[in-house]
Design a protein around this ligand. Structure first.
Ligand SMILES: [Zn+2]
Length: 138
């Protein structure tokens, strides 16, 4: 059984905006994760009021860029031997590939199906991404 208060080896994805843990769960494909996953909704948090937390047993590959793109307030604790060995704070990635689809019907990515959809961060403050090919806003 997964001990909710601590995991021997794995991740604690913390400071998830309350109510959005399932979005994170889906984005990280945690339904396919072999290890144990605990989802804690509406945990009390001094900073946010309420927050969600996801704990993952096992050091599975984790897409930190994608996490940062979804919510850059998230922090990820990496746990080994029951200790936090690293705390990662996330930031908006400069570039994100394969996550979103360009809405411009004339964009080359709409015509050439094989092309990877890539978006470039154009305004960090306002969280605005634009298509690498046509500059359509995400
Ligand atoms: Zn485009």
């Amino acid at each position: 059984m997964l001990n909710i208060s601590g995991i021997e080896e794995g991740y604690v994805i913390d400071h998830i905006r309350a109510g959005s843990c399932m979005k994170i769960y889906d984005a990280l494909n945690l339904d396919k994760c072999e290890g144990e996953v605990a989802i804690i909704k509406n945990a009390k948090s001094g900073k946010l009021g309420k927050k969600d937390i996801i704990k993952i047993e096992g050091l599975v590959p984790l897409d930190l860029e994608l996490l940062g793109f979804l919510d850059d307030n998230i922090t990820v604790d990496i746990i080994k031997n029951n200790k936090i060995i690293e705390k990662k704070s996330l930031s908006l990635p400069d570039k994100i590939t394969g996550v979103a689809v360009c809405r411009n019907p004339r964009c080359i990515t709409s015509i050439e199906q094989g092309l990877k959809q890539t978006f470039i961060l154009s305004d960090r403050k306002r969280h605005i991404y634009r298509c690498m090919y046509c500059e359509e806003r995400l």
